[in-house]
Structures are given as C-alpha cells and as structure tokens.
Write a protein that binds this ligand. Structure first.
Ligand SMILES: Nc1ncnc2c1ncn2[C@@H]1O[C@H](COP(=O)(O)OP(=O)(O)OP(=O)(O)O)[C@@H](O)[C@H]1O
Ligand code: SF4
Ligand SMILES: [Mg+2]
Length: 331
C-alpha cells in the first residue's frame, strides 16, 4: 500500500483568550486557554476525500487552517507527501509547499476581491508563483482554468458581482486550481449556496478530483453532502475526533453515541417511518469542558468512568473510535 499523501499527527491548536493583562491583575481573572483542536490524527490517501463533520465550534475550520499553514500548530504536525509541511511553510521551500496545498473558503462573496476582474483574481496565484510569462500565455491559462469549472473563457473580463453565488464559487475553485495543487482543503464550500446550485458545484469538484487525482479534506455540517462526496468521515466533538471510519461503515453502522445522535437528526432518504430525533443538548463551553469524555453530559450511555476518564481514540473493528461504552462492549 502507498503511504498516504496527507498525515496529521496529534494536531493541536490552543488560543489564548485571556482578558488583557491589567484586567487579570486587577480583577484576579485567570489565564484562559481554549483548546480549539486537541490531538487530531488522520491520514488521507491520494485521490480520496476525508470529510470532517461536527457541530459549530468543534474545531473543523481550525483544522483546515492548520493544514494550509494559516495557523502554526501548538502541538503535533502534518506530513505532506513525506515532508514536514509546517517546517516547509517556514523554510526556503515555503512557496513550493503552498503551491501544492490550497484552500477553498465558505463564502464566495467575501473571498473574491470585488474590484478585480476575474482574470486578475484567477491569475494572482499564477503571478505570485511565477508560473506564467506574458499576456497571451496568461489569458490562455486563465481561459483554460475557467473552462475547467464550467465557465466561459470570455468571463475573464467580468467582475465578481456579475456572477451568481454558484458561479462565484466556481471562480474560487478555478483560482485554487491555478497552481495545480494536489491537496485542496475545502471549508464548507457549498454551505452559502442555494440547495439547487450546491449539487452542481459538488459535481464539478468531484469531476475535477477524478481528472486530476486531487485529494480533498472536505468540511461540512450537512451530512447529505458528506455522504455524497466523501470516502472517509471523521466526526469531531469539542476539538477531538471521536469516530473515524469509511463512509459506508459510518452511515450504515455508526458506533459513537455522538455520531448516532447526528445521524438520527437527519431525515432519511427512504424514510421507514422512524421518527427523526432532533440533536439533544448543547455543546459545552470549550473554555470549561466537562471532565472525562466531553460528550458525557449529553450521552445516554455515560457512566462513572465516562465522567472521569477521557476515552482515547482506539482502532476497533476497522474503525477508530473514542468511547468507553464501545470499547467495553456495552453498546
Ligand atoms: N482565532 C481564534 N481565537 C480564539 N478562539 C478561536 C479562534 N478561532 C476559533 N476559535 C474557537 O475555537 C473553537 C473552534 O472553532 P472553529 O472555527 O474551528 O469551529 P468550526 O467547527 O469550524 O465551527 P463552525 O461549524 O461554526 O464553522 C471555537 O470555540 C472558536 O470559538
Ligand atoms: S465515553 Fe461514555 S460518555 Fe463518552 S460517548 Fe462513550 S459512553 Fe458516552
Ligand atoms: Mg468553521
């Protein structure tokens, strides 16, 4: 078996969200550290998609930003094609590494400069990385990139406001593809779009993946979308992975009580009449997480061990899971 293209090892990011120093001294407030991502490990094989799911605030975007080097990890690291990516981001080969890993953001309105023509938006990475010389070559390459996402090469002279939301997200994809990256980190790329255009954009992303052997990390809170695009799914809760499995296993036989809760809340495609159960309870304050398993206040299977001992992510029966009840065979 080939080594995976992407390997995150024990990735962690802690934010210091303390009150300013003077307030701390005068009001006796302690330092406050928020463990946004706390020890996340996974692998993604070349050409495959790992989806990350979980409720708002569980650390998905922070993982994305760690993977593309927008954040420096507090602990752990990322191996990309056998190299230490964060060492590369800081070293002489930073540009080469950034070229290979690109990100697509949620909001195609905010991520495109409204005063630039599409041509300049798509060409910017080509210029930054010195990949293109001369006007004719640049126009041809931009035209090619726009065609690859189903837009017209003639669209290059237009401005972002002349496009629909779905088309704007295609422009962002064309721009991300400009440097011929191998790994795309996609943070809720279709969540801001109407349902009718989401499928279009997702299908373009899938076609591009097949044509170019792209590897994706795909973040979404929409489980129907995740089911459509992913090969593997990682479920996150309060900064940690609680279950990691291939898509079919995860959707057909979810094991972690939190994964089950998320899946119970979605309408079934071929509904058997089983009632849909809304997600129960709330995510705890990340500044003051519960001891033991962070899910214990919401978990119907919690016992004394769950309230004191944090479950490790273990390999069990072909999946990875962090739950005492599963490990003990209670569920
Ligand atoms: N720059 C920052 N400074 C301080 N805290 C942060 C920062 N970025 C994120 N956080 C906190 O880290 C936690 C994880 O945030 P993150 O944005 O990664 O979650 P998410 O899973 O992407 O959520 P959503 O689904 O809402 O996008 C949250 O509690 C958030 O408030
Ligand atoms: S470890 Fe305990 S509290 Fe956490 S999910 Fe498993 S059973 Fe529930
Ligand atoms: Mg996010």
């Amino acid at each position: 078996m080939n080594a995976p293209l992407v390997q995150a090892h024990d990735l962690a990011k802690t934010f210091d969200v303390s009150a300013p120093w003077l307030n701390r001294v005068l009001e006796g407030k302690p330092r406050a550290l928020l463990h946004a991502v706390d020890g996340v490990s996974f692998e993604i094989e070349k050409g495959k998609t790992l989806a990350l799911v979980g409720e708002s605030g569980c650390g998905k975007s922070t993982v994305a930003r760690l993977l593309v080097g927008l954040y420096e990890p507090t602990r752990g690291g990322l191996t990309f094609d056998g190299q230490d990516a964060h060492a590369a981001f800081k070293g002489r080969n930073a540009k080469a590494m950034r070229r290979r890993i690109q990100m697509i953001f949620q909001d195609p309105y905010a991520s495109l400069n409204p005063r630039w023509r599409v041509e300049d938006i798509v060409a910017e990475p080509l210029r930054t990385h010195g990949l293109i010389h001369g006007k004719a070559q640049l126009q041809a390459r931009v035209g090619e990139l726009l065609s690859s996402v189903g837009l017209s090469p003639l669209d290059r002279v237009k401005f972002p406001h002349q496009f629909s939301g779905g088309q704007r997200q295609r422009i962002s994809i064309a721009r991300a593809l400009a440097t011929e990256p191998e790994f795309l980190v996609c943070d809720e790329p279709t969540s801001a779009l109407d349902v009718s255009v989401q499928a279009q954009v997702l299908n373009i992303m899938k076609d591009l993946q097949r044509q170019r052997q792209l590897t994706y990390l795909f973040i979404s809170h929409n489980l129907a979308v995740v089911r459509h695009v992913s090969d593997q799914v990682g479920v996150m809760y309060l900064g940690r992975l609680v279950e990691l499995a291939d898509k079919h296993t995860l959707f057909d036989t979810p094991r972690h009580p939190y994964t089950r809760m998320l899946l119970d809340a979605i309408p079934k495609m071929h509904d058997t009449g089983r009632a849909r159960t809304p997600v129960q309870g709330e995510v705890p304050n990340p500044l003051n997480p519960p001891p033991g398993c962070a899910f214990n206040p919401r978990c119907p299977h919690a016992n004394a061990r769950c309230r004191t001992e944090r479950p490790a992510l273990l390999s069990l029966g072909g999946i990875r899971i962090a739950c005492h009840a599963v490990e003990e065979g209670r569920i």
